[in-house]
Design a protein around this ligand. Structure first.
Ligand code: AMP
Ligand code: MN
Ligand code: MN
Length: 328
């Protein structure tokens, strides 16, 4: 990472008299991990001399993440406060801040730390590193290692583990592993974090996963796998969006597949699309085309119309990318 920019970011954070931190809507492991890591880092015990306000804004976080320190301090409603500095973490565009966008609009200076290739540079200062596995990895590079306590390390480790699919996605680098190692040295209970927040599923989540796999279809000569879940089915299981985490990743590891799509009906004629690729297809490009964003191999967007149209439109883009790569 560019040393100058890193120093500039540290200075911006150091000199702010009050700070608001926020992440993206429907926060995932890296979002929750990075927000809580920075919050804990800036408010840790022994820093009582630091009397400035630091507030953290996030939507409701998944149950599994609530053991992380600081999660009981999260604010869900914007306060009517004009902060000195707003820090957006793991957030690729302003609209992804959801209800917390007005907090940013009302803040003097703005900073974004993120790794989405689709990041729109919506803040005055931004540190975007699409080569980083996760926002937590970038944060580690900014933080002073000696000032990272065990609780902050847990947050960073969780975020890195989640965004790398437990250190297996192509975004995992030697540096990622070195950072994870440095965090383990802080006493992070890594086996427990990985099992309990990543692999462990509730009975209901397993049932939904099974249902989505059962109803999936293979198209484009077996290069693409598609599954969808209706609102009625979600209601039947009493499932929330987070209960579908991991489903599209399981679809992706179907042998022979280049891309996987999971389509979740949000409202009538409104669908949340999650895409994963095994390398040839750039799903971020497709997601951005339809108003969303993400990474080259993991991206998402929201689409309107009939389910048939949504699938058709997505497949047209995937097919043309596969054709260009002479895969179909
Ligand atoms: P998901 O499929 O929801 O797990 O998201 C995969 C990746 O794409 C994550 O990094 C998300 O932050 C990003 N992403 C998902 N949906 C959107 C969206 N509507 N707009 C921008 N980025 C998104
Ligand atoms: Mn995220
Ligand atoms: Mn991330």
């Amino acid at each position: 990472m560019e040393a100058l920019l890193k120093e500039k970011i540290r200075k911006v954070i150091r000199e702010a008299s009050s700070i608001a931190i926020a992440g993206h809507v429907r926060p995932d492991g890296d979002c929750v991990g990075s927000c809580l890591a920075l919050y804990n880092y800036l408010t840790a015990a022994g820093r009582e001399e630091d009397l400035r306000t630091v507030d953290l804004y996030l939507e409701d976080i998944p149950e599994d993440f609530r053991f992380l320190m600081g999660s009981d301090q999260i604010l869900h409603q914007p306060k009517d406060v004009r902060y000195d500095l707003f820090i957006a973490l793991d957030c690729g565009s302003a609209d992804r801040l959801g209800a917390f966008l007005p907090v940013m609009r009302n803040t003097k200076s703005t900073l974004c730390i993120d790794h989405h290739v689709s990041n729109t540079h919506f803040t005055a200062v931004s540190l975007i590193d699409p080569g980083a596995s996760s926002t937590c990895e970038i944060l580690f590079e900014i933080m002073d290692y000696d000032r990272i306590d065990q609780k902050t390390a847990e947050c960073l480790y969780l975020g890195i583990a989640h965004d790398t699919g437990v250190f297996k996605h192509s975004c995992t680098t030697r540096r990622t592993m070195e950072i994870a190692g440095a965090l383990i040295e802080k006493g992070v209970p890594f086996s427990r974090i990985i099992d309990e927040t990543f692999y462990q599923k509730t009975y209901l989540q397993n049932q939904i996963m099974g249902r989505c796999l059962l109803e999936s279809i293979m198209v484009l000569n077996g290069k693409v796998i598609v599954s969808s879940i209706s609102r009625k089915t979600q209601e039947f299981y009493g499932a929330c969006p987070a209960d579908l985490d991991g489903v599209v990743d399981q679809l992706r590891v179907t042998r022979g597949v280049e891309a996987a799509i999971l389509i979740r009906e949000e409202e009538t004629q409104t669908y949340k699309v999650s895409m994963r690729s095994n390398g040839i297809v750039n799903v971020s490009r497709i997601a951005v085309y339809f108003g969303g964003g993400g990474h080259v191999q993991a991206a998402g967007c929201t689409m309107e119309g009939s389910l048939y149209d949504v699938i058709n439109n997505l497949l047209l883009h995937i097919e043309s990318q596969l054709k260009a790569a002479e895969q179909v």
